[in-house]
Ligand binder design. Structure first.
Ligand SMILES: [Zn+2]
Length: 1028
């Protein structure tokens, strides 16, 4: 029976209920005001401040100084260790007692030398439960430590979250006290909050909303905040409402705790280690209290950190992993960027990740988990499947600025045809709070209504860590099956995907990349990180190849397995989705560049030591004491720079067989020389028998002819190699975004400092240099190089860059017409439009690619190669490559300073496949490696008969000292058969997957000349080669 009269005034009833639980209004008489009972000060607090992140055991040895509530600490990135002494009053017998701690920064409670709980105001964790029900025989006097990191959940941005950090921020301790916690008030508040939200979110069109309204109103009538004995009747009314069940057909949400922790972003890597501990120890506490609670957790690197730094916590985690409640997901080393890492890097993300999960927890992950990266390569489905994964969860495409992605649950098909079941949680978040709105959004936004009746709800504070709270669990618990809301099932990824798989007949298929129509500046921002990534990918490739050759051919060579593992992991961590995209603070950039330096330093040492064991019998002598290593699977004839006398270098033309070495001799047969001449009009002509180019005073190409066919590549009257400066002021995310309107601010760079002049007039290399002024602070110096036998013109570029919100590109207007252009991606390529017909076309005004992009028409085309760039835009006949940006947040100094990079222009006849564009781009990125050694004759370790098939990887097999792993892929988009031959002592071969697990179901087909392999377009194949 309701109290009468209830007038037909929805607004007053709703607001009455809201005020009854408000933490701002009427707290003197409302229910919220009763949440906490008596308080009692702590006995003492003292503090030790430290610039470094030290261990707890070290901190307790230090001198602590007295401090008090209200004091401010800092500066940013320091750590404060608080020693807190408590004494719970005896009079609180039978009560639930908390230590209430409110401060800026991120805290961790330590008790008896163990981390026990995170305390972060931003993450709604301000209470540490000392006892659920105080008993006489439990300790009343307690010593705790609180480790307070002087940074927020989202770093310390000055003025806004993504602004550069404020180095001098102070962090105030606002509250540290003992308090009686009224659990019954908390429970009733949660009932009210859920009902009020149901009223608001179901709106006036749903009768269920009115039922919630009258229930909440009557609860206010029944409840006297000052009299806890009145709560039961109010609670039972709420209970009646929540337990009115749905019909069978209702949508099911699979609720899983989650905590997205960016491996580095607005804080450095080192802080992430502590973020993991703070977040996950809190999860363990929740698991102890809530026997059904399930938590999903990605990124092997973070597990590895916790294992090394918090071994006790790691064993607790292991315990709950075994119980199926703390669930490792994703299978990768970190949640990497989905666009920029090379194909092999992506394989290694899974290889290192899956192996870690298998080793530590006895299981591989079944789901790829990447909710927060900026687009997804069309090669990912095949890579996932090769790594034992057939399911994928993300949601980032909900951020598209232009087009709404049409599916929530669908099959995603990659460039080779591999399909994975993909789910975008329709609530468009990976950090929900278990609120009514999360549930309603999930149902409403599901784009596969009637096709997929199950969705994920991932709840828990994320990005900066934090994770789930008890309140979130309690909210969801109330509405497990409440008429009008979706059913809530406490679930795990396996259950969700199994349900989706079992009822997938009506699901649609999306073919090709998942392109994010936002954050397109991330292909360019932080150019040094991009350069580091590309160079280190190539270096580690070369170290692996050389080490395998040394293992088979050298004497007493030990494959540097553990060193390579360390270096790979440095590379992999920097591929995290806020590091390689360049969307991180300067401290992270510094760390990332340090990691690349370490890879370079150690990598070159490893390469050298492998090369040194590739020398001939010391008794043998030849005219040359230099050798050259070619790590690519085709013969190369190229100009290399050799160390000469007295620190001078000299050039040599060398021919090196595929995956092999060759002595440097002067006997490469005579080749057409390069000639560079200054013409009457002051322009310079460069020619090598393949290409003939004309360069004007400003370093621009006015003509590039393919000599054999006399075909002109450059559009008539246009300038190629034209630098263009754009204004680059995005709307939202500075380091991330470049907006479409930047295209309207095009300004050619034409201010000459040094006009083009000949540096080397010919022989095996011709070169021309010039320099230009971009602004009064920024300049470009370029060397344009044409080598003998080389089918592309190289542009070695040096840049001093001191700009603000500018975007520099280089343009090549070419005589080619085609509605689509081709871009290299991981283990393959794809097409994107060169026109702007539909919104899906023009939304891709700035796109990513790896080593090359090509624009071809029948019989002729032009490719633009690069050695460290990822941003391209090809519109109509104009090919542009993005070079540098100048965003100011979150790194105020992003990209300021000197840069060096190389790109190349390659006109060609026929298709890019026929004219070896792919091989040329590899050549540009994997330079021949000269080294000092006497080699009696050239030799090749591997060769592949089909130019379509690329032998990408040669490494020692995981866990097998006497076996190599080779990986090949079909690069043309064709079905072919190729023979892989080797001169190495291989006694047997096995097909295997990307995790290097042998697959005896595919027999290896041996022929007299080698192993015969069939490929479908863009297929990746891996083989284990067992050595004799
Ligand atoms: Zn993230």
């Amino acid at each position: 029976m309701y109290h009468q009269p209830v007038l037909k005034n929805r607004r007053t009833l709703l607001e009455r209920a809201e005020k009854f639980i408000s933490d701002i209004y009427f707290t003197d008489c409302n229910l919220r005001g009763r949440l906490f009972g008596e308080t009692h000060p702590v006995e003492s607090i003292s503090v030790f401040k430290c610039q470094k992140r030290i261990a707890h055991s070290e901190s307790i040895q230090q001198n602590f100084e007295p401090c008090k509530v209200g004091d401010a600490f800092g500066p940013t990135w320091w750590t404060c260790w608080f020693k807190v002494t408590l004494k719970i009053p005896d009079a609180w017998r039978g009560r639930e007692v908390h230590m209430r701690w409110e401060s800026d920064g991120e805290g961790m409670v330590w008790r008896d030398q163990r981390p026990v709980q995170g305390l972060t105001k931003e993450g709604e964790k301000t209470s540490y439960v000392l006892t659920k029900c105080l008993k006489d025989n439990e300790p009343h006097s307690i010593d705790l430590y609180v480790e307070l990191a002087c940074n927020g959940l989202f770093g310390a941005g000055q003025g806004s979250m993504i602004a550069a950090p404020d180095p001098n921020r102070k962090f105030t301790l606002q509250k540290a006290e003992l308090v009686v916690f009224n659990r019954d008030v908390r429970e009733l508040l949660t009932d009210f909050e859920m009902l009020v939200d149901i009223v608001k979110l179901l709106g006036e069109g749903e009768q269920r909303g009115y039922q919630a309204l009258f229930t909440a109103n009557e609860m206010v009538n029944l409840c006297d905040p000052a009299d806890p004995s009145s709560f039961a009747s109010a609670r039972s009314l709420a209970q009646n409402f929540f337990s009115q069940k749905n019909g069978e057909s209702q949508h099911v949400v699979h609720a899983m705790g989650h905590c997205h922790i960016d491996t580095a972003w607005l804080w450095p890597y080192e802080e992430t280690i502590r973020k993991c501990a703070r977040s996950w120890v809190t999860v363990i506490r929740l698991m102890e209290k809530n026997p059904e609670f399930v938590f999903t957790c990605s990124q092997a690197q973070q597990f590895e950190w916790v294992k090394s730094w918090y071994p006790d916590l790691f064993s607790e985690i292991k315990h709950f992993v075994q119980k199926g409640r703390f669930i490792p997901v994703g299978g990768t080393w970190v949640e990497m960027d989905g666009n920029l890492p090379s194909g092999e890097s992506m394989v290694r993300q899974f290889l290192h990740g899956q192996n870690f999960f298998k080793e530590e927890f006895g299981q591989y992950c079944k789901e790829f988990w990447l909710p927060d990266t900026f687009g997804y390569s069309a090669q990912l489905p095949q890579i996932m499947k090769g790594c034992g994964i057939t399911r994928f969860l993300t949601q980032k495409l909900s951020w598209n600025l232009v087009n709404t992605f049409p599916h929530s649950t669908f099959f995603w098909e990659g460039i080779d045809g591999a399909q994975v079941l993909t789910h975008f949680p329709p609530g468009n978040s990976y950090g929900m709070k278990g609120k009514v709105e999360d549930l309603i959004n999930t149902v409403k936004n599901n784009k596969d209504k009637g096709r997929a009746n199950h969705s994920a709800v991932l709840f828990g504070f994320g990005d900066g860590g934090g994770g789930p709270t008890q309140l979130m669990i309690d909210r969801l618990e109330r509405v497990r099956d409440t008429d009008g809301l979706p059913k809530v099932q406490v679930s795990c990824p396996d259950l969700l995907f199994s349900q989706l798989e079992s009822d997938s007949a009506l699901l649609c298929t999306w073919v090709g990349e998942l392109f994010l129509e936002l954050h397109n500046g991330t292909y360019t921002t932080q150019a040094k990180i991009k350069l580091g990534n590309r160079q280190c990918e190539a270096l580690l490739h070369d170290v692996e190849v050389a080490s395998c050759l040394a293992l088979c051919r050298g004497e007493n060579f030990t494959y540097p397995r553990s060193k390579l593992q360390e270096l790979w992991r440095l590379l992999l961590i920097n591929q995290f989705h806020d590091v390689i995209p360049g969307s991180c603070i300067e401290m992270v950039v510094d760390d990332a560049l340090k990691y690349y330096d370490e890879i370079r330093t150690t990598g070159f040492k490893l390469l050298l030591s492998a090369c040194e064991s590739l020398r001939s019998d010391p008794a043998h002598t030849t005219s040359s004491n230099m050798a050259v290593l070619n790590t690519l699977p085709w013969e190369r004839t190229e100009v290399v720079t050799l160390p000469g006398e007295e620190l001078k270098t000299r050039l040599a033309l060398v021919r090196v067989p595929s995956v092999g070495v060759s002595p440097v001799t002067d006997t490469v047969e005579s080749v057409p020389p390069v000639s560079v001449t200054t013409m009457d009009d002051g322009n310079i002509q460069m020619e090598n028998g393949i290409l003939k180019a004309v360069i004007d005073r400003a370093g621009r190409l006015t003509s590039v002819l393919l000599v054999q066919t006399n075909r002109e590549a450059i559009s008539e009257g246009c300038f190629a190699n034209q630098f263009i400066l754009f204004d680059d002021v995005p709307l939202y995310w500075d380091a991330w975004d470049v907006m479409d309107y930047h295209l309207q601010t095009r300004k050619p760079v034409i201010d000459i400092i040094e006009p083009a002049k000949v540096v080397s007039s010919g022989g095996i290399r011709g070169s021309v240099t010039f320099s230009l002024r971009i602004s009064n602070k920024s300049t470009i110096t370029q060397e344009v190089i044409l080598d003998a036998c080389c089918s592309y013109i190289k542009f070695n570029t040096k840049m001093d860059w001191e700009e603000a919100h500018k975007f520099l590109k280089v343009e090549f207007p070419v005589q080619v017409r085609n509605p689509s252009a081709t871009y290299e991606i991981q283990f393959g390529h794809l097409q994107r439009p060169t026109h702007r017909n539909t919104s899906w076309d023009w939304a891709r005004f700035e796109v990513w690619a790896h080593k090359w992009a090509d624009l071809s028409e029948y019989g002729f085309g032009v490719a633009l190669l690069n050695n460290c760039k990822y941003g391209y835009s090809i519109h109509q006949n104009i090919m542009a490559m993005s070079l540098l940006r100048a965003p100011k947040s979150p790194d105020a100094n992003a990209d300021m300073g000197c840069h060096q990079f190389t790109y190349a222009l390659m006109p060609h006849t026929g298709t890019f496949q026929e004219s070896s564009v792919i091989q040329s781009a590899y050549n540009l990125n994997f330079p021949l490696r000269p080294y000092k050694a006497v080699i009696s004759e050239s030799w090749s370790a591997f060769s592949v008969t089909s130019p379509a098939v690329i032998l990408e990887t040669i490494k020692q097999a995981e866990g097998k000292k006497n076996a190599l792993l080779v990986r090949l892929y079909e690069s043309h988009g064709s079905s072919v058969t190729a023979i892989l031959s080797t001169s190495l002592p291989v006694k047997e071969a096995w097909h295997c997957d990307l995790l290097e697990r042998p697959d005896p179901s595919i027999p290896v087909s041996k022929t007299a000349s080698g192993i015969s392999l069939t490929f479908k377009p863009f297929q990746i194949r891996s083989l284990l080669l067992i050595l004799q």
